[in-house]
Design a protein around this ligand. Structure first.
Ligand SMILES: [Zn+2]
Ligand SMILES: [Zn+2]
Ligand SMILES: [Zn+2]
Ligand SMILES: [Zn+2]
Length: 109
């Protein structure tokens, strides 16, 4: 449906369905369900593990060192929870769930 808008996951303002960042609060990935970075299974907000593959969804924030739900931002300090795979052929953006890239297994840190 043209012009149909969806609410931003973070600020609840209605935004265009193809938004990569929210025009109101400026956060990335404002739409759609969170997906497991490993198996792409939709994830329930606050879940401790992926219900499909069992991947742990709790991460230590690289900034404040507190444990947070993996999401896109730290629940405590709003730090963007993303690391980019250093393997140039992969360069996958992913939450800092493990020391190794979920796709190519390159060490991330
Ligand atoms: Zn927003
Ligand atoms: Zn999974
Ligand atoms: Zn934090
Ligand atoms: Zn990789």
């Amino acid at each position: 449906m043209p012009g149909y808008k969806h609410p931003c996951r973070y600020c609840d303002q209605f935004i265009p369905p193809d938004s990569k960042t929210c025009p109101y609060c400026g956060r990335a990935n404002p739409l759609g369900p969170l997906r497991c970075p490993k198996c792409q299974n939709p994830i329930i907000l606050g879940a401790k593990n992926c219900s499909n593959c069992g991947l742990s969804l709790q991460v230590k924030c690289p900034k404040c060192q507190k444990i947070t739900f993996f999401g896109d931002y730290c629940e405590h300090c709003d730090f963007r929870l993303v690391v980019v795979c250093p393997n140039k052929k992969c360069s996958l953006e992913q939450p800092p769930l493990s020391e190794y890239c979920v796709k190519c297994k390159t060490k991330l840190f």
